[in-house]
Design a protein around this ligand. Sequence first.
Ligand SMILES: Nc1ncnc2c1ncn2[C@@H]1O[C@H](COP(=O)(O)OP(=O)(O)O)[C@@H](O)[C@H]1O
Ligand SMILES: Cc1ncc(C[n+]2csc(CCOP(=O)(O)OP(=O)(O)O)c2C)c(N)n1
Ligand SMILES: [Mg+2]
Length: 347
Amino acid sequence: MVQKRRAGAIFSPGSEGGGELALLEAIRRRAGQISSSKSGSRIRLGIGDDCALLRPAKDEEIAITTDLSIESRHFRLDWHPPESVGHRTLARGLSDLAAMGARPVAAFLSLGIPARLATAGSDGKRWVDRFLDGLMALAEEHQVPLAGGDLAESPVALADIVLMGAVPRGKALLRSGAKPGDRIFVTGKLGGSAAELAALSAEPEAFASKTAASADSPHLYPQPRVAQGMWLCKKRTASAAMDLSDGLSTDLRHICDESHVAAEIDAAKIPLAKDATLPMALHGGEDYELLFTARPSTKVPRRIAGVAVTEIGRIVRIRKGRPVVTLLTDGSVVALEAKGWEHFAGR
Ligand SMILES: Nc1ncnc2c1ncn2[C@@H]1O[C@H](COP(=O)(O)OP(=O)(O)O)[C@@H](O)[C@H]1O
Ligand SMILES: Cc1ncc(C[n+]2csc(CCOP(=O)(O)OP(=O)(O)O)c2C)c(N)n1
Ligand SMILES: [Mg+2]
């Protein structure tokens, strides 16, 4: 192994012991609290060696996902409380596992931050500790151990999360399973993240005290639908599924493309979150709810693990000259363009 740079060469070691090694030790201590308490852990070796070692069960497949969160793109230091940035970092990965019906097994966090975020501020707290508070609180809730990661000083803050999950062999929920005639459902409500982000950008000070997860904060503290995804998988209810990160208009298009089908959505049936408009629900993104389809004969409950499920439309055959996704609104039929979030699209 290449010799590590001297402690402090990466993070300046302030009075809080902010050097890389001290920070890593702090993370390791906190991570240990979850991994040791997790029963039936698949982790043989977590933080401390060159790799983590995991031992999958014979009858399971491993689901792996990675998501990058970058300052100014996914969060702003002057808008988002650090606890929210930590929570959102992990929530994005957990939401991808939920979309496949996978049970979370382990998380890996690669963190790049400017040195000042690893140094105590005027309130005596370091940004990085508050970030970890938010991330670890959600990790605790889902009993997912932090099994490794990487640390570096960076000109901007960024966090990449890798999530590993387990799903019964051959049973993962895919984007490609939808067929004409299937009904389309969403969990929870849509547009809440975009609505809260709009309020946050208008008055960030009003959100500075939101330092702990709460169900009425869909942007700062989205709740990944892990239990719901696992339920859909276990009961074989969903024919296709994905999570809503970019917005319904863009994400439903992904299901259509992967399944080679088209879709019709009833605007009036879309469950709007508090303060959300229809465009926010269609295109806002970051709701981290599940979008899934089910065969016409499949019974779909109104609630799954405490979260409402709403039927919003149906899968149809692709027809020449017809848009892939159509929106039925006030008796008229319009093409629903994929106007959700797209990187490199000039935002
Ligand atoms: N830089 C990359 N290299 C390889 N695969 C990628 C890269 N970026 C995205 N992908 C893959 O493309 C697919 C779609 O990615 P993305 O839209 O980011 O998914 P999601 O919205 O679920 O996070 C995924 O299978 C993802 O793993
Ligand atoms: C400062 C800031 N501006 C805008 C947004 C809105 N936003 C950023 S990325 C994104 C879409 C989801 O992110 P992406 O990187 O596409 O995640 P993925 O689909 O790959 O999971 C949205 C709605 C935000 N969260 N923060
Ligand atoms: Mg995206």
